[in-house]
Design a protein around this ligand. Sequence first.
Ligand code: ADP
Ligand code: MG
Length: 322
Amino acid sequence: ADEFAVVPIVARDSSVGVIIADNRFSGRPIDDETVELLTMFANQAGMAIENAKVYENLREQMAKLRQAYEDLSQAQDRLIRAERLAAIGEMAARVAHEIRNPLVTVGGFARSLRKYHDGHRACNEQERNRVRHELDIIIEEVRSLEGILAKVIDFSRPDTPMRQQGLVNNVLDDTVDLLVAGASHKAIEIEKRYAADLPVTSFDVRQIRQVFFNLIQNAMDAMPGGGRVRISTALLGEWIEIVIQDEGEGIPPDHMRDLFSPFFTTKVSGTGLGLPVVRKIVSDHGGSIQVESEPDRGTAFIVKLPVVTSLADVEGATATTE
Ligand code: ADP
Ligand code: MG
């Protein structure tokens, strides 16, 4: 070639290369206009290279961010799992403890009955009564063990509620119906103050019924001499609020911290599993629970459930608890 032109390719204020053009094929002289065109082309190329670099950089940053996010959510998962394992471990120890006493009783009475049976003695009225009495105790203790196990199983059930559309007020009515026989017996009055405008929302009916059952049962337990349980519902924006209020003994401030711990109970025949199960179900539904209590005046449990109208909302609703 007898003529050539050289233009730099500039990207980010420094030259990243050059374009060399000659006239070997055309044989025509390289004029100013051609050099200008070449310069424009080099500028475009420079910008394209710069963009590509910025893009590449961005992609690296994005990849790093994504990695960081994944690490974080894995760490969070591990934390949740560890917390749950700790709770399950604690629970296993307490279950073993809870189950020991009834088992000792059952074993003792069963041995005594076997001894009686082995003796082949004629059965008189008094002995028959004793056998019946001991069998009744065995049956009662086994029933109590079954109750403890049922609650443990409930606690370790998978989280995802089986949602269906329903009305909170109806579930409350059903629950009250279940409890009403015991209520009239103990001179307990149940007052309903329902909001009429509650929307249909989706929740696991069986689980939410259990929440209400446990809370109303606790309210009734707190008033051994009778009294009034007030059940109210309200729509607060995107939330349905359910308040179960009693006029019972109240909760001493130093019990507040342990209230939701598995096996915390102040009752002779309590399991202490009601409130932990309640809290787990409520949080699985993306809701929250609060307690307000005044010793000797009464206690209110305040449950808030998100209004979930379509299944697309479910993920959003669950995400808020995490
Ligand atoms: P349980 O009813 O088997 O004792 P819960 O987990 O349901 O177990 O309740 C734990 C404890 O919290 C109860 O033993 C009681 O001391 C206290 N508690 C719960 N609800 C009330 C209430 N409405 N009023 C007073 N104390 C309550
Ligand atoms: Mg209870």
